[in-house]
Design a protein around this ligand. Structure first.
Ligand code: UGA
Length: 431
């Protein structure tokens, strides 16, 4: 089946390369001339495990190609996936203008029988909104069906998650169209859940909001552990053995970030407010996340001796989590900005996104490695859990610091070992 994918970002690119890998003919469209040209040469602009290999495989087999503009992609497609961005508006709602623009552009050229699928994270009601925009713009309702097929891809593991999903959710009122979409995944082992469109859209938001709630919950427990002299790592382990709770997403840290959780939690809260449905719990999740960033700033201030003005802070890790080069809504970057605002000199190191971080945060110096970042600093802050930070020569780090203090916002390091090296160590929720 011919598949068109509109948008060559994280989701669109992964979707395109994986569908080509599964044997479909895929045309992926983007508006960025340079991005399209580079992709056609096999140059993948994002850090995503396994993606360059799948793009190369797709180009070599001619099952994957990249074109400029949505119209060129959809001409003879049977299924069209909308994977364009839905950024957060000023009021917290998801901005659907990119989705709307694409729907208007392609309405007149879709083949009869095409299924248009929203994969971008779109608010409840968007599937029907897209159907309406398509009809208004010249697509006949009896010819074009719209479905929702939300993605559950983690950045850094998106290819794995696409090919080994926990579930495939298809929201569509037309069973025939739902079967056509599910058929694209026939080589993938996974439960397939067919629902009405609104429920599919809600599944996506509820899943991300629930995971964000777990993160805020364990951050709140970590803070309480500090107050009562308990260790959150033991607590999370003891909780996780209960299969109703599970081990995942119980890592305390500097607060969740990325292009999804902050935006999606805000959008769900906005939806609840619009619907006059009380969801104080979500407001609390956002509040805990904000406070957690401040709490890490306080720990760094203490590590630097009580004041940030005149202090030199070494920041290890700038991306929103390890294994990605994505800086969007990164807690590490938000904390870095706060440190600079409060008068600290900040020298950062990140294995994947240092130079870009320096362009985004005026005043941030970037070092070539973690040692250079630490040299002469008053405190080191581990803000992203890159594995390489575990395996450093800590004698060298200690000797180069002006003051041997480490704030480990990811609980990456062993507190006892760090104290043996002679550091003042402060983690999150650890004794
Ligand atoms: C998230 C979801 O996990 C995916 O299922 C979803 O498809 C995706 O959003 C999306 O909506 O597109 P992602 O944004 O890649 O994926 O990041 P996660 O791995 O979920 O981590 C989110 C944030 O929570 C990161 O800042 C991470 O450091 C933080 N986190 C996660 C913790 O602080 N503690 C944990 O135990 C887990």
């Amino acid at each position: 089946m011919k598949v068109a994918v509109i948008g060559a970002g994280y989701v669109g690119l992964t979707t395109s390369a994986c569908f080509a890998h599964l044997g479909h003919d895929v045309v992926c469209a983007d508006l960025d001339v340079e991005r399209v040209a580079r992709l056609n040469k096999g140059e993948v602009p994002i850090l995503e495990d396994g993606l360059p290999e799948l793009v190369a495989e797709g180009l070599a087999s001619r099952r994957l190609r990249f074109v400029l503009g949505a119209t060129n992609a959809v001409l003879d497609a049977g299924v069209v996936f909308l994977c364009v961005q839905t950024p957060e508006s000023a009021d917290g709602s998801a901005d659907l203008s990119f989705v709307e623009d694409v729907a208007r552009e392609i309405a007149g050229v879709l083949q009869p029988g095409t299924v248009v699928v929203t994969k971008s994270t779109v608010p409840v009601g968007s599937t029907r909104f897209v159907q309406r925009v398509l009809s208004e713009s010249g697509a006949r309702a009896e010819d074009v069906t719209v479905a929702s097929n939300p993605e559950f891809l983690r950045e850094g593991q998106a290819v794995h998650d696409f090919l080994h999903p926990d579930r495939i959710v298809i929201g569509c009122d037309d069973p025939g169209a739902a079967v056509r979409v599910s058929d694209l995944y026939r080589k993938v082992q996974s439960p397939v859940l067919v629902t009405d469109p609104a429920s599919a859209e809600m599944i996506k938001y509820a899943s991300n909001a629930f995971l964000a709630t777990k993160v805020s919950f364990i951050n709140a427990i970590a803070n309480l552990c500090e107050a009562v002299d308990a260790d959150v790592r033991e607590v999370a382990l003891g909780m996780g053995y209960d299969p109703r709770i599970g081990f995942q997403f119980l890592q305390p840290g500097p607060g969740y970030g990325g292009s999804c959780f902050p935006k999606d939690v805000a959008a769900l809260l906005h939806t609840a407010n619009q619907a006059d449905s009380d969801f104080e719990l979500l407001a609390g999740v956002i509040q805990v996340n904000r406070a957690q960033r401040e709490r890490i700033v306080e720990k760094i201030t203490n590590g630097a001796g009580g004041s940030l003005s005149e202090a030199v802070v070494a920041v290890w890790g700038l991306t929103f989590k390890a294994g990605t080069d994505d800086l969007r809504e990164s807690s590490a970057l938000a904390i870095t900005r706060r440190l600079l605002e409060q008068g600290a000199a900040v020298r950062g190191y990140d294995p994947a996104a240092g130079e870009r971080a320096a362009r985004e945060v005026p005043g941030l110096d970037i070092a070539a490695d973690p040692y250079e970042a630490a040299a002469g600093a008053d405190v080191v802050a581990v803000l992203t859990e890159w594995d390489q930070f575990r395996w450093l020569d800590f004698d060298r780090v200690r000797d180069s610091l002006r003051n041997p203090a480490i704030v480990d916002a990811r609980n990456l390091l062993d507190p006892a070992a760090m104290r043996r090296y002679g550091f003042r160590y402060d983690g999150v929720g650890r004794r």
